[in-house]
Ligand binder design. Structure first.
Ligand SMILES: C[S@@+](CC[C@H](N)C(=O)[O-])C[C@H]1O[C@@H](n2cnc3c(N)ncnc32)[C@H](O)[C@@H]1O
Length: 373
């Protein structure tokens, strides 16, 4: 999660610093990990709006950008943990400290039998050890009742689960108990999910926005229709020809609480339940970008647009993005060095040239400043 987090320290933070102070509102139209929305909300005195097709993104953003005051910690985490523990007292959870194909297969069966624990059934013995999965279910079912503590707690659980997931980069496919991958599986499964949840919870609780903003599940173009003159949009659209919901379904399930039946080695929920984006369809991506930028420009808003400066598997490239942007805006800005995420780096014919590379590659990224003509 959060490829833009690194760029904030590498040019993007400075660019935001020169553009945000004169804006009326800041709207992150493809918020993802919410790293950029939270960065701006914490530093600048303007409302921040965050949008994404995925619910987990709204939870991460909303945990900070929705409030101006810290969440008093009191005994919130201790009580949350205690409520969760009460739910799982008496459950004989298999200890996954020694991994073999046979033991993993037994744990998967054990997890699949825990009918009242949806995340354990879907992902236990795959992305998470049985203990981690049971705790995710128990914590998810015992969240604090009211906001802002509830959203902060859920965001902490999502982030902790992301830090523990036994998968390369993104949750598209879990590590398997093979000779080579066993050590990665063991390393991930040994991570203390409850301690990580606590650490993130206490960190997020302290973070505040300068002004109250809002986080919503929404299509970027629909969100852009609500922009006004003086607003600054941040546009970091998909570059992958595979829908992002394929890479983040585990986090989405945790944010929703359950996902129904899952299939395949990646344990995917039903495709009908996973959001699809025109930006991840080769035949639609350029029109989708054109239409979005037309809308942003028609609203009189300014924008910062970032995109990898090479051909991407959704059919867009730095050159195409620049060309489309020039139709609707006066374009400034330039390029910065970045780490390009191959979203797991596995082989996939649809993903053309970036397939089969390492999970993160050195690359250049466009960082364009779009001013209404
Ligand atoms: C390149 S990622 C953004 C990463 C984000 N800037 C960060 O730092 O984590 C693209 C995001 O756009 C979302 N997305 C895809 N299509 C969308 C659409 N039509 N409207 C809103 N969000 C969309 C995806 O769910 C994904 O989170």
């Amino acid at each position: 999660m959060g490829s833009k987090r690194a760029m904030l320290g590498n040019g993007l933070g400075d660019l935001l610093g020169s553009e945000v102070p004169t804006a009326k509102r800041f709207a992150d139209l493809f918020a993802g990990s919410a790293a950029v929305a939270i960065h701006v909300a914490r530093r600048y005195d303007l409302p921040v709006l965050a949008f994404d097709l995925q619910n987990y993104s709204s939870v991460l953003a909303g945990a900070v950008i929705n409030r101006k005051v810290a969440v008093p910690l009191e005994n919130l985490f201790k009580n949350w943990r205690q409520r969760a523990k009460t739910r799982i007292n008496g459950l004989k959870i298999p200890d996954a400290s020694h991994i073999s194909k046979k033991s993993v297969s037994e744990w998967r069966k054990w997890c699949a039998d825990q009918g009242s624990l949806p995340i354990t059934v879907a992902y236990g013995g795959h992305y998470f050890s049985p203990v981690q999965a049971v705790w995710i279910d128990a914590l998810r079912a015992s969240l604090p009742k009211s906001d802002p503590a509830r959203t902060v707690a859920l965001a902490a659980l999502i982030q902790a689960a992301s830090q523990c997931a036994a998968a390369p980069g993104h949750t598209a496919q879990p590590f398997q108990p093979t000779f080579t991958a066993k050590k990665f599986l063991l390393d991930a499964w040994n991570r203390d999910l409850v301690a990580k949840t606590r650490a993130v919870f206490e960190l997020l609780a302290k973070q505040t926005a300068k002004q109250v903003g809002s986080a919503m599940v929404s299509d970027a173009e629909e969100a852009a229709r609500g922009l006004n003159e003086g607003d600054l949009a941040f546009i970091d659209p998909p570059y992958s020809g595979v829908h992002y919901s394929r890479f983040y379904h585990v986090l989405e399930t945790i944010s929703q609480g359950s996902c129904g039946e899952v299939t395949g080695i990646g344990r995917y929920p039903d495709p009908k339940l996973r959001p699809k984006s025109k930006f991840s369809m080769i035949s639609e991506s350029e029109d989708a970008l054109d239409s979005l930028l037309k809308t942003v420009s028609s609203r009189g808003a300014k924008a910062i647009l970032t995109f990898p400066d090479h051909e991407c598997s959704n059919g867009l490239s730095g050159d195409i993005v620049h060309e489309v942007a020039s139709k609707h805006f006066t374009v400034g800005g330039g390029k910065v060095d970045s780490k390009f995420s191959t979203l797991g780096g596995t082989s996939d014919k649809k993903r053309k040239s970036e397939a089969a590379r390492a999970a993160r590659q050195h690359a250049k990224e466009l960082m364009l400043v779009l001013s209404p003509k």
